[in-house]
Design a protein around this ligand. Structure first.
Ligand code: SIN
Length: 348
């Protein structure tokens, strides 16, 4: 009896120590608005982690470059000043992981299915392996969407880009893309884009619709071309030392919450972009133009050589993998289309 009450006492003491211990704080810094696919998924992740850990883990979200701008946040993660980031794939170059620029190549993903299979398969794994030696662990790939062009003049044909100063993210593939169009690319942190557009420091930019709308870029851009000419998505990453310092249970809780937040993020991205387009149209500050088939063909002819130019940077194996996945997806889509026709044929 005495033994049992001693044991109970020890149990109670360790339980109260667990409850009273300082929570593990995870600072999640990002550069976009809270009401974007990334911002909403970060919030979802926070809710799940705090609820499931019963407060033993706390996620502090710092959106809109509140803590750090693009490049600074990567340095902060490596130094352990923040624990979680979700930079766009275009921002891994300064880390020495330029293979991520695969995702920046123009017209690389014909559809989202090709994109997801690329992220979730061998290519995504190879990219995350690249981060290992840099003190970073890759946790997930998050989606945003295809990019559209904005400027203060219409952009229908390639010639319309001649001499335009276009803000880009810090990616050499994006630099090459803008140069191929005849524009003058200028690297700039995301938090500075609105003011730069407003003051005419740059003439235009490219981004998915949810970023254009939530940063109010449409208020200072008279024209937008719906071109889907490139893609923007994210790699969610953490500091390796922090990650390895967690207990196996904590890592498992975080991994599961990240898995669910990723599914959620991918499920809302398309709708968030569609809603943003509707809001931009309703604001009536920007003329929205959709590329015709022949204009798209001209853009593609001009931009596709960037793939070969960057084969050595993004990895031949990675580039070929995307082409193979795209071909497989096209084959499956065609087979799905043909199926009802065959059935109808048999019935005849
Ligand atoms: C982001 O979506 O995280 C920012 C993209 C950009 O810098 O254009």
């Amino acid at each position: 009896m005495k033994k049992i009450s001693v044991l109970l006492g020890v149990l109670l003491l360790s339980l109260s120590a667990m409850v009273m211990a300082d929570p593990v704080v995870i600072k999640f810094s990002h550069v976009v608005a809270p009401d974007t696919p990334k911002g909403k998924a970060a919030e979802k992740f926070k809710q799940m982690v705090e609820e499931r850990s019963k407060g033993a883990m706390k996620v502090e979200i710092y959106p809109n470059s509140q803590l750090y701008k693009d490049r600074e946040e990567l340095e902060a993660l490596q130094l352990g000043a923040v624990q979680l980031l979700a930079p766009s794939m275009a921002k891994f170059g300064p880390l020495g992981a330029r293979e991520f620029e695969l995702f920046d190549l123009p017209f690389i993903f014909p559809n989202k299915e090709t994109l997801y299979r690329t992220m979730d398969g061998a290519v995504g794994k190879r990219l995350f392996d690249k981060l290992d030696g840099k003190g970073i662990v890759g946790l997930a790939f998050w989606d945003n969407g295809f990019k559209q062009m904005t400027a203060n003049k219409p952009m229908h044909n390639v010639a319309d880009f001649k001499g335009l100063k276009m803000r880009i993210q810090s990616s050499k593939a994006l630099d090459a893309q803008m140069k191929a169009l005849g524009a003058m690319p200028q690297v700039m942190a995301f938090s500075e884009v609105y003011t730069a557009l407003q003051q005419g420091v740059v003439d235009g930019t490219e981004n998915p619709l949810s970023n254009i709308y939530t940063q109010k870029m449409h208020e200072v851009q008279k024209h937008m071309t719906l071109s889907d000419h490139g893609y923007l998505g994210y790699a969610v990453i953490t500091n390796k030392k922090f990650w390895e310092g967690l207990t196996a249970e904590q890592r498992s809780l975080l991994s599961q919450a990240m898995k669910e937040a990723t599914l959620y993020e991918r499920s809302i991205a398309e709708q968030e972009n569609a809603d943003s387009l509707a809001r931009i149209r309703a604001a009536k500050t920007t003329e929205v133009y959709t590329l015709s088939d022949s204009e798209r063909a001209e853009w593609m002819k001009t931009l596709m050589p960037v793939h070969a130019e960057f084969e050595g940077v993004v990895g031949k194996e990675n580039l070929q993998a995307v082409y193979d996945i795209a071909a497989q997806v096209a084959k499956e889509n065609q087979a799905a289309k043909d199926k009802p026709a065959t059935k109808a044929g048999k019935k005849k």
